[in-house]
Write a protein that binds this ligand. Structure first.
Ligand code: G3H
Ligand code: 13P
Ligand code: ZN
Length: 313
């Protein structure tokens, strides 16, 4: 088993009407929680690092820990750059040994997004690395933008973008958003499945990616708050909507907030229940176990990716 690209993962996921989970990693406990969950469900998995994760942990540490995870679990894993801000970040990840990169030019004007993505695709493909790009803008009330201010992906533009850039997968905006505060308290969550359907029609067999797809478990928020946290009005994407998306053209679903909440809840609970504890293995271990549970639950109830491991190379 090895570090693999997402190519075969997505081919199988598309045909099988499921998605692969892409979970953000920042340290050893998060990596172990995620891969232990994937292994328990015999599922392919994508471990992804943001630019700030790279800064926090360092590319060499992250890569070495992911190599150890492959060796220890014996499962196939893709190592992916999440929201790559520029060509330099992409280059660093490819030099480090990542198998997949995202170049996020969604904030650029369309022609700049096309030309910069194309440059990333040419470089990455010449190194055997696959590329995800983004078209459309995800809103989020944590950015002080109301949930109705998404710039939804234009299905016609998506075809032009994919054809001109040669990108391997495309993140689209259909109503998800980053963080724990995706919708105002009385807002009824809604995803634009009509847009997803059109994109699927226009780009048959092409893998689509959903960012900002945490479900925000009210129990995790409640536990955080019960043990000294202060997280008000958190709200995520309903699980049935995510399951529907993964049965369509969506082949990769990104989740970070749900890992953060579950880990924080478990650590806060450990401190609350056992005030004498000061061994980091006790509370970080509880955080790691909580992450494993979340990943197993996602594989069963959101992604549908259990037993997806065979023949990925
Ligand atoms: O989409 C962003 C991810 O949740 C990563 O967040 O930049 O704080 O690591 P981060
Ligand atoms: P969440 O904040 O919904 O977990 O989204 C994470 C993400 O999209 C990482 O790229
Ligand atoms: Zn994202």
């Amino acid at each position: 088993m090895a570090l693999v690209t997402t190519k075969k993962m997505f081919e199988k996921a598309y045909k099988g009407h499921y998605s692969i989970g892409a979970f953000n990693i920042n340290n050893m406990e998060i990596i172990q929680g995620v891969v232990n969950g994937a292994k328990a469900k015999n599922s392919a998995v994508i471990l992804q690092c943001s630019a700030s994760a790279m800064k926090y942990a360092g590319p060499k540490y992250l890569k070495a820990m992911v190599d150890a995870a492959v060796e220890d679990t014996g499962i196939d894993i893709a190592l992916h750059l999440d929201h790559g801000p520029d060509f330099e970040a992409v280059k660093l990840c490819i030099e480090t040994g990542f198998t997949s990169v995202m170049f996020d030019g969604s904030h650029l004007d369309y022609e700049d997004n096309v030309s910069q993505t194309k440059q990333v695709v040419e470089y990455s493909h010449s190194h055997g690395v696959v590329v995800e790009a983004e078209l459309g803008v995800l809103a989020g009330i944590e950015d002080e933008v109301s949930a109705s201010d998404h710039i939804y992906t234009d299905p016609e533009q998506a075809v032009d973008f994919v054809n001109r850039t040669g990108v391997d997968s495309l993140a689209i905006a259909i109503g998800t958003s980053h963080g724990a505060f995706k919708f105002p308290p009385n807002f009824k969550p809604k995803l634009r499945f009509d847009i997803l359907e059109k994109i699927q029609e226009n780009l048959p067999n092409f893998p689509i990616v959903l960012h900002g797809a945490s479900a925000v478990d009210p129990k995790a928020v409640e536990t955080c708050n019960k043990y000294g946290g202060n997280i008000a009005d958190a709200k995520g994407i309903p699980i049935d909507m995510l399951r529907k998306a993964s049965s369509m053209a969506v082949c990769k679903i990104n989740m970070d907030t749900d890992l953060r909440l579950s880990m924080t809840a478990a650590i806060r609970k450990t401190f609350g229940d056992s005030p004498k504890v000061f061994d980091p293995r006790k509370y970080l271990g509880a955080g790691r176990d909580a992450i494993q549970k979340v990943v197993e639950d996602k594989i069963d109830n959101v992604l549908g990716s259990s037993n997806s491991l065979e023949e990925l190379i």
